[in-house]
Design a protein around this ligand. Structure first.
Ligand code: BES
Ligand code: ZN
Length: 618
């Protein structure tokens, strides 16, 4: 008998092996996601029915996540991720038979493994839970922190591994599921998700959602507030607070054109509608590609549509990211590098080559500066990253975006755009609704484009891009005629001291180029001259403000200080805040100033932003 018992685990392991093929094809075979406790080879989720209530008084989300699962290994356990959740009860099946569960040790940023006992026949696991007030994905805004000042607002940000702070889930980008949701909110507010969305408030405050395409957990999203909708065309539109809606719709009027341009390049948009929700200014990112409903910062509303390439970027994720997804966060460049490439193709189509070239050059120079700062031998400058044991949030840098972009440009240049487009379209088709590793992409590249051509292989040298640190020198040269003429104006001005050499109005890109190419020893008088003719301090363009205020802090240009303070307290976008705070802490009086502002500003920031800034101000 004892011998027989000992045999069971061996038989069990054998069963796992033989069954693990087809049934779990959505997860990435043989690759363990270092940022999830889930064990999809054992039992894996397929569909979610979410039923929750959003309570603004207690700042808590509570309800039930019912997971339809597959249990190909016929084991007796399924493992979820949970962080900071209170699990009151777990039941199995429609008749909710209570089962046992266990929450593992709480680990920093990873949270806990939630192990649920199931049996071979289990197909439905119901998790009854509540979030905690400091759920890291969620930001609760009081009316004062919104544009309209009358109603509270809440939104979630799940990428990279924060979905588990508001829904118990298998929180790995290698695992996909469809979902339906029912969400109860205060009567006068509208709820929106990464799904088919309502366009009007309901009288009872109950909303139902349906996401018929299988998505990974990091694309789960919810926003609740005094939100209204305005159509752009038949399949695109804008959601925003009423006082922001008109401006937002004007700014994003090209959404329809962008979607059509994107389809021309990589095939039909597969998600039905494409809408954008413009959030209050505390949103920690520029944009987040939540399926069917991009979440965006209001700081892209410059009044002249000059910052809307961000929408092209989030839209592009509908192919690179949401359709074909990085298998885990070490393959993050597959999401962001491809999307940056695709973004610039859309921009080129809608706004022309000059515009795309300027953005490419600004991006490339940003990348060069970053690599200089990090050191060209720094392992974190490799495209294939290794964030095991660290928060994957640390991986959000220009390496994934701009080094990834530069590699794709290198391939495009080597084979020609026509061939490259056919290749990419084939790639999106082959892996639609699947998650891929860097290695899967490399194999697809070899099989479908390089095809053993040694000469081509060495022109591209893809392995060095992916597995070596630093920046290979074989990427195509980047230049912009517009920036070249600006260079000559800058040097003329330096020689003559005559600010009137700049006799034209600058575009946003040109202003950004100018600010980042001023001589290191620029004088306060020169800054005042620039400010007088270009009005940088009082600019309504957030990119220009962020760049100019950072320079102002570095050069101690005090006329910009008061606006810098306002900017830091009102805007919660991490990409703008980090360089500013980092510049401030370089001197001791700057650090004191930063801390004073931060005391006031921190309550306005999302956890993604304040966790990063806490480190800078430590
Ligand atoms: N998916 C990212 C945002 C993100 C990345 C959130 C990693 C959490 C972890 C989004 O598509 C993005 O890249 N946003 C950029 C804008 C873009 C134009 C470079 C941003 O927020 O600045
Ligand atoms: Zn992106």
């Amino acid at each position: 008998m004892k011998k027989l018992l000992m045999l069971i685990p061996i038989l069990f392991a054998f069963a796992c092996q033989t069954k693990s093929g087809d049934e779990t094809k959505d997860s990435v075979k043989g690759v363990k996601d270092p940022h999830s406790f889930a064990e999809p080879m054992k039992a894996v989720v397929k569909h979610l029915d979410l039923n929750i209530k959003v309570d603004f008084d207690t700042k808590i989300i509570s309800g039930k996540a019912s997971w339809t699962i597959e249990n190909p290994a016929q084991g007796n356990e399924i493992v979820f991720d949970a962080r900071n959740l209170k699990i009151s009860k777990v039941t199995l099946g429609d008749d909710e038979k209570v089962t046992t569960f266990n929450l593992g040790d709480d680990t920093k940023f990873m949270g806990q493994a939630l192990k649920v006992k199931i049996d071979e026949a289990t197909t439905l696991v119901n998790i009854h839970y509540t979030t905690s007030v400091d759920a890291a994905a969620v930001q609760w805004l009081n009316p004062q922190q919104t544009a309209g000042k009358k109603y509270p607002f809440m939104f979630t940000q799940s990428q990279a591994i924060l979905a588990r702070t508001w829904i118990p889930c298998q929180d790995s980008p290698g695992i996909r599921f469809t979902y339906n949701a029912t969400v109860a909110v205060p009567k006068d507010l509208l709820a929106l998700m990464s799904a088919e969305n309502p366009q009007q408030k309901s009288s009872e405050g109950i909303y139902t959602f349906k996401q018929p395409n299988a998505i990974p957990s990091y694309l789960m999203a919810l926003a609740v507030g005094d939100i209204e909708f305005k159509a752009v065309d038949e399949r695109t539109g804008v959601y925003a607070e009423p006082v922001t809606l008109k401006k937002a719709a004007y700014e994003l009027a090209d959404m329809g054109k962008m979607t059509t341009a994107a389809e021309k390049i990589y095939g039909p948009y597969k998600w039905g509608r494409y809408d954008v929700l413009v959030l209050p200014p505390s949103f920690p990112f520029g944009g987040m590609e939540n399926p069917m409903l991009t979440f965006a910062t209001p700081t892209i509303i410059a009044g002249d549509r000059s910052l809307v390439s961000l929408i092209a970027h989030e839209l592009a994720h509908s192919w690179s990211g949401n359709l074909v997804t990085n298998a885990n966060w070490n393959d993050f460049w597959l999401n962001e590098g491809f999307t940056t490439y695709f973004e610039r193709r859309i921009v080129e189509d809608v706004y022309g080559k000059d515009e795309a070239k300027m953005q490419e050059l600004l991006g490339y120079q940003g990348l060069q500066n970053l690599i200089t700062e990090m050191g060209a031998t720094n392992a974190d400058t490799k495209l294939k990253a290794n964030f095991e044991g660290r928060d994957p949030d640390e991986g959000v840098s220009d390496i994934a975006y701009e080094k990834g972009y530069a590699l794709l440009r290198t391939i495009e240049e080597a084979v020609g755009r026509e061939k490259f487009d056919i290749f990419l379209r084939g790639y999106f088709d082959s892996y639609a609704f699947k998650s891929v590793t860097t290695e899967v992409f490399l194999a697809y590249l070899e099989a479908n484009l390089i095809k053993g051509d040694k000469a081509l292989q060495s022109v591209i040298n893809v392995d060095s891009w992916v597995y070596q640190p630093g920046l290979p020198t074989n990427s195509p040269p980047v230049s912009s005629a517009k920036f070249t003429s600006l260079d000559s104006l800058i040097s003329q001005w330096q020689k003559t001291g005559d600010i009137l050499v700049f006799d034209t109005k600058l575009s946003t890109n040109e202003a950004l180029y100018l600010i980042s190419h001023l001589p290191a020893n620029i004088t306060l008088k020169q800054m005042a001259d620039l400010d007088r003719i270009f009005n940088f301090t009082a600019s309504g363009n957030s990119e220009i403000q962020a760049a100019w205020y950072t320079l102002a802090v570095r050069m101690k240009y005090t006329p910009a200080y008061s606006n810098t303070e306002t900017f830091l307290t009102e805007v919660g976008r991490r990409k703008f805040l980090m360089p500013l705070y980092k510049e401030m802490v370089k001197t001791s009086e700057g650090k004191e100033w930063a801390k004073k502002i931060y005391t006031r500003a921190r309550p306005n920031y999302h956890s993604v932003a304040y966790n990063s800034i806490d480190e800078v101000l430590k």
